[in-house]
Design a protein around this ligand. Structure first.
Ligand SMILES: *[C@@H]1O[C@H](CO)[C@@H](O)[C@H](O)[C@H]1NC(C)=O
Ligand SMILES: *[C@@H]1O[C@H](CO)[C@@H](O)[C@H](O)[C@H]1NC(C)=O
Ligand SMILES: *[C@@H]1O[C@H](CO)[C@@H](O)[C@H](O)[C@H]1NC(C)=O
Ligand SMILES: *[C@@H]1O[C@H](CO)[C@@H](O)[C@H](O)[C@H]1NC(C)=O
Ligand SMILES: *[C@@H]1O[C@H](CO)[C@@H](O)[C@H](O)[C@H]1NC(C)=O
Length: 832
């Protein structure tokens, strides 16, 4: 009891100390159906539950274990072609029996859960077969069953929802699964051994496994070992009920069991805790998936890394997931270190104090004495835990529940290597992240499925540069990159995708070639100026002599307004990481007069003081682009008023190097790019104030057509054609950029200081009254503005975007520290 309250106190305390996590926003998002990411799908109405994937060495064939069938898919070309299909379903009487035993009919078919290459000509497959697992040999060429089925107990789970792992090495099958109908006899075993080699399993008298969930297994040839990854109940933490720990366990492939002691049992089994934990934080204790990153050519096998996804058992961290990496050297040194021993009387684990009789986990103990074998039988839990590389988490996501991952080492244009992670979220998005010095950068997210999937899988094909996602509905093929999506050098560089670089000759963003170059890519810095050599494009910028926007900027748009009208002008986002900033020539945009809305748009009341030019800039990683220019003008008399086009300056030629007739990104920002907004009804409510929401909306963001619609009352003016409105231009404003950068740095440090201070305050007193900046702002407004803005406020709330005054500084300095609403993201508020 006391222990429990102490624990919950610790949990609360740790949760509270949990620092603000960096927000990991994918730079670009491709929802299902985006033209920027055409996904190839394989689905077939009589093929379901295509979740066990096996890829041939050359990546030409994808074998799929599905429900009641095994498929061979030809994936040499763009399309996925069904080459052959093997039907393998339980007979009706087995199905009847299965449902009579009380199982759901939907779980009784044969779900293929083991699919491996046996040798050069055959596959080996096991299925749940109506809760009575079976295994078969399959000719990989013709996809026909060759021998009569094997008993599948211990090789495949009975229950299709139970996780298992299997790997074939030298014709022998190594499995981790439950070996009974009820699902409570977990085993790690070897099958298909021949001659002097015998099938082996775990000795289950000592509880070598405690209710495990198997995740995966991997074979390292130089070690002669197979590593199993799983989570289980950590009995060594006897003070916490059902404390889950993640484990790595090992066995040697040379093992043949003992002669008297440990006959037909592993003599080389050992396990250790995998600890995905940062200092002073609760561990992310439940492993979800893990993948092996083999060392670069020429590096020793000891440099092998394992990247794993971990989630937490506790509600303070619920919905979050962390990635940790573990180095083989560290794993080996834990396994060669000391072991814990179980006190049979008290059932408590403690570190070993007696003399070491043998080294548990050592290969080649088959001829060892009974004394040695008894020692290794009792000492199988390593005393130390395996700590992550750098003793820190590789990345933490507060908003995404990652479930599967694949890892690849990618050679960038400058021939340096970067680690790229592909992470599948519970909700069906595939994130591509590159690991940089100061953390992960999520290059993009691609939605691969919409319906939640109980079972899913991920398979990376490096030779074909694609990822396969297996779900209940089919298999989706996702290319690891689509460089041509980035239509300017700036976009290509800002993406920081190691797969892509800008080719100055063809002026396209292309897959990195083998020839090293330093231009057109900057993964570490994302520095557009250098990588695009764009300094030479700099020219006189800002508003020109006639107060006209300079060249290489988007054409301006005219917004005709009546006085006292509320205006809202839009600023499209260059990416989900960009910050939009509004500027006026020779004048400051004070928050007394202007509302900076969350979606980046600007709202204000038309007064003589607010008429004029507005410039919307987008900042990303120190690079500035002009996204839109508006000229807000008072309506002249109805006679002269006609749809006007803001004159494009002819004096400055538009540099063609970065001329943009292509489209903006199919951005999927969570806020405010919705092109259609209902017109305000305020006119009826407050006719005297003439509140009409003049707004310029992004009508369509087509590839070759940029169409902006100006709505002012009934009138509609359309600007069409190849006008580079959304010009991802070179630096329009270099000098300003420097100034702004300096300002940004100052602001950032100020903000960090403020945040730290705020955090401290928060810790001290969470109920302290907040200073009302919003009130002060509104006090200074004129009654008309006050009225109008509050009208707009209502309107905005209608659209689900509550306003936040005092957002200005947030816009400017908003790095990773403030969320879109200006609040600190992820400060734990759930204390239960
Ligand atoms: C890559 O992006 C371009 C530009 O958006 C698009 O036309 C093309 O279809 C995309 N290719 C794939 C394979 O998604
Ligand atoms: C592969 O294994 C199958 C089944 O044991 C066997 O019939 C076949 O001859 C083997 N093929 C080779 C090339 O060893
Ligand atoms: C995250 O995903 C895992 C694996 O599917 C699941 O067990 C867990 O409940 C999920 N957590 C949340 C908070 O959705
Ligand atoms: C065990 O030792 C004997 C002799 O000491 C040797 O002949 C035999 O090959 C050894 N067995 C194995 C499996 O190494
Ligand atoms: C099989 O697929 C169906 C949907 O088609 C899904 O409801 C079910 O949970 C899946 N079962 C398994 C074991 O994956």
């Amino acid at each position: 009891m006391e222990k429990h309250s102490l624990l919950s106190f610790t949990v609360t305390l740790l949760g509270f100390l949990n620092p603000c996590l960096t927000r990991l926003t994918p730079r670009v998002s491709f929802p299902i159906g985006s033209p920027g990411r055409n996904l190839i799908r394989f689905s077939n109405h009589n093929v379901r539950n295509t979740t066990t994937l096996l890829l041939s060495q050359d990546g030409d064939m994808l074998y799929v274990g599905a429900r009641d069938s095994v498929l061979a898919l030809d994936v040499r070309h763009d399309d996925i072609i069904l080459k052959s299909k093997l039907d393998w379903s339980p007979p009706d009487k087995d199905l009847e029996q299965c449902s009579m035993k009380g199982k759901k009919m939907a779980d009784c078919p044969n779900f293929i859960r083991v699919l491996q290459f046996l040798n050069t000509t055959h596959l080996y497959a096991c299925g749940t077969f109506a809760f009575s697992p079976r295994c078969i040999y399959i000719d990989s060429e013709t996809l026909t069953m060759s021998l009569k089925p094997d008993e599948g107990r211990g090789r495949c789970p009975y229950d299709p929802y139970q996780r298992n792992t299997a790997i074939i090495v030298d014709g022998e099958l190594y499995t981790g699964t439950v070996a009974d109908y009820r699902g409570n006899r977990p085993v790690i075993s070897r099958y298909l051994s021949e001659g002097s080699r015998v099938d082996l399993k775990l000795d289950d008298t000592l509880g070598w496994l405690e209710d495990p969930t198997f995740i995966s297994s991997t074979f390292l040839p130089d070690e002669g070992k197979i590593y199993f990854f799983f989570s289980e109940v950590g009995r060594e933490y006897d003070f916490i009920d059902k404390f889950i720990v993640s484990r790595i366990s090992q066995i040697c492939t040379s093992d043949v069991g003992g002669q008297r002691t440990l006959q037909r049992r592993w003599t080389t089994f050992a396990k250790a805790q995998l600890l995905c934990q940062a200092d002073n934080e609760l561990p992310y204790n439940v492993i979800q998936d893990i993948d092996t990153l083999l060392p670069a050519d020429g590096a020793p096998e000891d440099d092998t890394l394992f990247y794993g996804i971990f989630t937490s058992q506790w509600s303070v961290n619920s919905g979050r997931s962390a990635v940790c990496s573990f180095r083989l050297t560290d794993i080996k040194s834990v396994f060669t270190g000391n072991y814990k021993v179980l006190n049979r009387d008290t059932l408590q684990w403690r570190a070993w104090v007696q003399e070491k009789v043998a080294n548990p986990g050592e290969c080649g103990l088959h001829n060892a004495s009974d004394n040695v074998l008894r020692f290794v039988k009792e000492n199988f839990l390593a005393d130390e835990s395996v700590r992550p590389v750098g003793r820190s988490l590789t990345m933490v996501s507060a908003e995404h529940n990652y479930t599967h991952l694949a890892v690849q080492r990618v050679q960038a244009a400058n021939s340096r290597h970067y680690t790229v992670l592909f992470l599948l979220t519970e909700s069906g998005y595939l994130h591509k992240a590159v690991l940089l010095q100061n953390g992960a950068h999520i290059i993009e997210e691609v939605q691969v499925f919409e319906q939640p999937q109980p079972i899913k899988s991920l398979k990376l094909s490096i030779p074909k540069a694609v990822i396969y996602v297996g779900t209940s509905e089919g298999v989706v093929k996702v290319p690891t990159a689509n460089c041509s999506f980035y239509w300017t050098c700036a976009q290509c560089v800002l993406a920081r995708d190691p797969f892509c670089h800008w080719d100055p000759v063809s002026r396209t963003c292309v897959i990195v070639s083998k020839i090293p170059t330093t231009l057109g890519q900057d993964i570490d810095g994302g520095n557009v100026e250098e990588a695009c050599n764009s300094v030479s494009l700099t020219r006189k910028t800002r508003f020109g002599p006639n107060n006209l926007p300079a060249a290489s900027c988007p054409a301006g748009e005219l917004v005709s307004v009546s006085l006292n009208e509320v205006i809202r002008i839009q600023c499209p986002a260059a990416s989900q990481l960009s910050q939009q900033v509004w500027e006026r020539p020779n004048s400051r945009l004070s928050s007394d007069l202007y509302l900076f809305l969350e979606d980046g748009s600007l709202s204000f009341v038309a007064t003589p003081a607010t008429l004029g030019h507005y410039l919307c800039l987008s900042f990303e990683n120190g690079y500035q682009q002009t996204m839109a220019i508006y000229h807000v003008k008072q309506k002249s008399s109805p006679m002269t008023q006609s749809p006007t086009r803001f004159p494009r300056p002819q004096t400055y030629p538009i540099p063609t190097t970065q001329a943009v007739s292509r489209h903006g990104p199919e951005l999927h920002t969570s806020v405010g790019t919705s092109p259609k907004r209902t017109e305000s009804t305020n006119e009826e409510i407050r006719p005297t104030l003439s509140i009409r929401n003049t707004q310029v909306t992004r009508g369509q963001f087509g590839r070759n057509l940029i169409l902006w619609t100006e709505k002012s009352g009934q009138k509609e003016t359309e600007f069409k054609g190849g006008e580079p409105l959304l010009a991802a231009k070179g630096p329009c404003y270099l000098r300003e950029l420097v100034v702004v950068s300096v300002l940004l740095v100052i602001c950032l440090s100020l903000l960090i200081t403020m945040v730290l201070y705020a955090l401290r305050q928060r810790c001290r007193s969470r109920t302290a009254p907040q200073a009302g900046t919003a009130n002060r702002d509104s006090d200074r407004r004129t009654p008309v503005e006050q009225e109008a803005l509050s009208g707009n406020n209502i309107l905005s709330k209608h659209n689900g975007q509550p306003l936040h005054s005092g957002h200005v500084s947030g816009l400017f300095c908003n790095g990773t520290l403030t969320g879109p609403n200006g609040h600190l993201p992820n400060t734990p508020s759930e204390q239960s």
